[in-house]
Design a protein around this ligand. Structure first.
Ligand code: ADP
Length: 622
């Protein structure tokens, strides 16, 4: 209800509180931000460790898979290659034997050829060479030659041979001595060996000559050399008679492999073959592993050997491994791509979040600065307002005070003039009464200045325990002159126990006197004026002053200084404003309302004093 206290309370507290809240929020933003970053860092580190372990596992798995693939594929491809080489060797051996067998029968047939026998008998070989040429084309032999019994070549498909003497050649000597077809291997000066079948031609007179068929086995060398294998054929003594590498001829297998520089297919093989092949090598060429296969040729204890490189196997295995590695590399690349994308997204999110936080922080700081500025402006405004309201109050008060004091001064002037006249007319008794009136007016002026003095005085220094009953009694005593002038019914209701409050007794009494005087003023026009004073005590002490006057008209301005409805000279409108200020200073409240049955009700509420020791001390001091 106290309008003055409401209007005077500055709006600083809420704004301060708000400022504090905002400040606290701003301050708490930073640690939170850092904490988030730390959490994020920790998370990122945990992720990177997990990623590293996962990558290591993938690489290890890739290594194991590659190793297993290499081992199993090398094994299976080696087996396939071996099988194929074995097949090829059987085929080569078959071809060789069939070629030899096919030609083995030819000397026997030609030995019975009548034309040749006749030619030898008649020593007329004019048609013999032609006949041999016709045979050689039919048979597919390398060459055919006919020698007389002395070893002289009398007919030959190779005309250079005509006339040459082979009397000491083993194929001639052996054939002369034998009744069957003789197989001979003759070392040529260049170009390897000559494989021949020879048989003697006989008639009733005895040996006529020898027929010699040369078999072309070197065509096989050429055919074999086209394939990646190296092939050699050894005779019963282990000497290489046929080989895809010309340098191997005339050597044993061991010599050929050790000392001769391999060329062609084997050299190629050695260059690409590696020692880490999963299958144990069969043979070594110049320290390099190759697959060796051997087979028996069913002809005069011959053997055929093939050397296959691991090159093709390695190439195939390497191709598969390369595909596998490529697959893993692709997988890793995909994983890295996914991870980097994820990291990039996370980074973007963090950046966005921190940017948002920064913006928020900046905004909050701006708001704080704005608020601080507003507060400063407000404080300045308050100060100037207080100053101007003080000045306004001073102005109003000066007007009221001068008005209040002018009236008694004017009256005093009149009374003094009257008194002077009366004294001049020698009527001192009447002059004395004028002086008495002047005295009253001085008293009234003193009251006004006293009120103003108490208004200006700031209380609170002389607090002491005050008995409410005593204060009320002395207030009523002070009001006695006014009460005596009128007939007013006063009802007092007080508790039996002493009611104490902590207060400045003089000022508390001033409040009570003010309320009582207002109540008396309010009941001036009432027929049976009544005043009721009620004191109740509990947690707080309440002094209620009730009258049966007209009641309060304007609650809004009731406690405002200089608000009055009274005639000039009767009131200055300071009483309630001063009283409200005093009660507030005592830690209580002064409220006003209109009673249910009419009249005004004023209530002073003050905190009860219950400290016994203080009371005792005070009483002792008194
Ligand atoms: P003053 O008595 O000098 O006018 P106050 O501040 O004591 O100054 O009172 C201000 C006004 O409040 C009075 O003029 C009157 O109109 C009103 N008022 C105070 N007390 C009462 C009351 N008991 N009944 C009705 N009106 C009252």
């Amino acid at each position: 209800m106290s309008a003055s206290s409401d209007s005077l309370s500055p709006p600083r507290e809420p704004s301060n509180a708000k400022g504090a809240v905002v400040g606290a929020r701003t301050l708490s933003t930073r640690p939170k931000n850092t904490a988030t970053k730390k959490r994020v860092d920790y998370k990122a580190r945990a992720i990177s460790w997990r990623v590293r372990i996962a990558l290591m596992i993938v690489i290890a798995v890739a290594g194991v898979v590659v190793w297993i693939t290499n081992k199993s594929l090398t094994h299976s491809f080696t087996e396939t290659t071996r099988n194929r080489a074995e097949l090829r060797l059987a085929l080569y051996s078959g071809n060789l034997v069939s070629e030899l067998r096919q030609h083995a029968i030819v000397p026997q047939l030609l030995a019975r050829d009548q034309a040749l026998i006749l030619a030898l008998q008649s020593q007329d070989f004019s048609l013999s060479t032609q006949r041999l040429i016709s045979f050689v084309e039919e048979i597919g032999a390398a060459s055919i030659a006919l020698m007389d019994k002395d070893g002289r070549t009398v007919a030959a498909t190779d005309r250079i041979e005509l006339g040459s003497n082979h009397g000491n050649a083993p194929y001639f000597v052996d054939a002369i001595r034998s009744n069957t077809t003789v197989f001979s291997i003759i070392e040529r000066e260049v170009g390897g060996y000559q494989f021949t079948y020879s048989r003697r031609l006989v008639d009733s007179s005895g040996t006529l000559g020898v027929i010699l068929i040369e078999v072309d086995l070197h065509k096989f060398e050429r055919a074999w050399a086209g394939i990646s294998d190296a092939v050699m054929v050894t005779d019963s003594e282990g000497t290489v008679v046929l080989a895809t590498e010309a340098r191997w001829r005339r050597l044993s297998e061991e010599e050929a492999l050790k000392h001769q520089t391999p060329v062609g297919a084997i050299q190629r093989a050695i260059r690409v073959t590696t020692d880490w092949s999963a299958v144990p090598a069969d043979a070594y060429l110049r320290g390099e592993a190759v697959m060796r296969l051997e087979s028996r040729v069913p002809f005069q204890g011959w053997r055929i050997m093939s050397y296959t490189t691991y090159a093709s196997i390695r190439e195939k295995v390497n191709a598969v491994i390369a595909l596998e590695i490529m697959g893993f590399a692709l997988l890793l690349a995909l994983v890295f791509y996914a991870l980097s994308r994820k990291t990039a997204l996370r980074m973007a999110l963090f950046q966005r979040e921190s940017a948002e936080l920064r913006v928020l922080n900046a905004r909050l700081q701006r708001e704080i600065a704005e608020r601080e500025r507003v507060q400063q402006t407000l404080a300045v405004a308050e100060q100037s307002l207080a100053q101007s309201s003080k000045l306004a109050a001073l102005g109003e008060m000066s007007a009221a005070v001068s008005h209040e004091l002018n009236q008694p001064l004017a009256a005093m002037k009149t009374y003094l003039a009257g008194a002077r006249l009366l004294l001049n007319r020698n009527r001192p008794e009447e002059a004395l009464s004028s002086f008495g009136r002047i005295d009253d007016l001085i008293g009234r002026m003193g009251a006004i200045t006293r009120q103003l003095k108490s208004y200006a005085r700031k209380g609170g220094d002389e607090f002491a325990p005050v008995n409410i009953g005593d204060a009320l009694a002395s207030s009523l005593a002070m009001m006695e002159p006014q009460l005596r002038q009128r007939h007013v019914k006063i009802t007092r209701m007080l508790p039996e126990d002493t009611v104490l409050v902590m207060a400045d007794r003089m000022r508390l009494e001033q409040v009570m006197v003010n309320l009582l005087r207002n109540a008396l003023d309010a009941t001036k026009s009432v027929h049976d004026p009544e005043l009721e004073i009620l004191v109740s005590a509990g947690e707080s002490v309440t002094v209620t002053v009730r009258d049966n006057g007209d009641g309060i008209k304007d609650f809004d301005n009731l406690f405002e200084p200089f608000y009055t409805t009274k005639q000039p000279g009767d009131g200055v409108g300071l009483g309630l404003a001063i009283s409200s200020g005093i009660v507030n200073d005592l830690g209580g409240r002064l409220t006003a309302r209109n009673g249910e049955e009419g009249g005004a009700v004023f209530e002073i509420q003050l905190p009860t004093l219950i400290d016994e020791t203080t009371i005792d001390e005070t009483q002792a001091a008194e």
